[in-house]
Ligand binder design. Structure first.
Ligand code: SF4
Length: 209
């Protein structure tokens, strides 16, 4: 990465972390994926029950693989025939892992969901929530974050999962009410009531969608 981009991301991440702190959440800056993995593992004690609700960024830094191999109770949703059972286990987990569809420069996160298992676990249940967020997800403000979620994250996910939504064909949100829509719930995380619950690792890389 060009050194000017690196410096710009460092400065922007400092601004986001300041915003997170003002919202009772903790931010971290990782210079690369390896550092992000180390920060994440430092936040997860051995023996912890850990689960996640999707999250390409979590996979991209090697975190899910490390947890599967390590001394953790990693609840792998894909290994469960009964997906509902796995989703319900998430609410009582020690740690929930996620990415964010967008984050504002002042630390507000936006996440959209079809089933709502991910956004509901972020909002309530797991004792600790660890986000892995690439610097490509940082937006100027809440309006920009909502637009990113609808016009970047959702269309790409609709394409990945071959959903029958207008955005899959147009590449932009058409505000649909399609049965396949992944925009059933929008979660705006603007403050954490519980000190030490939400941790956000900002990674100096383009991760996820
Ligand atoms: S509301 Fe519909 S068209 Fe818009 S992003 Fe969501 S799924 Fe796509």
């Amino acid at each position: 990465m060009d050194k000017n981009t690196f410096r710009r991301n460092e400065l922007l991440a400092a601004k986001v972390m300041k915003g997170l702190k003002s919202r009772n959440m903790t931010g971290y800056y990782a210079a690369d994926k390896g550092e992000a993995l180390k920060i994440a593992l430092d936040l997860i004690p051995e023996g912890a029950s850990v689960t996640m609700g999707g999250g390409e960024s979590v996979h991209a830094i090697g975190l899910s693989a490390a947890l599967k191999e390590g001394d953790y109770n990693f609840i792998d949703r894909d290994a469960y025939e009964d997906k509902r059972e796995a989703m319900l286990l998430a609410y009582d987990a020690d740690v929930f892992l996620s990415s964010a569809n967008a984050i504002t420069e002042d630390g507000i996160m936006v996440n959209i969901d079809g089933n709502a298992n991910r956004v509901s676990a972020i909002a309530q249940g797991p004792k600790k929530v660890v986000f892995v967020v690439g610097m490509n997800k940082v937006c100027d403000d809440l309006d920009g974050a909502m637009k990113r979620a609808r016009n970047v994250a959702a269309p790409i996910n609709a394409q990945r999962f071959e959903l029958n939504t207008p955005c899959r064909k147009t590449g932009a949100c058409m505000d649909c009410k399609s049965p396949d829509t992944i925009c059933c719930q929008f979660l705006v995380t603007r403050f954490s009531r519980h000190e030490g619950r939400i941790h956000v690792i900002l990674v100096n890389d383009a991760l996820g969608f």
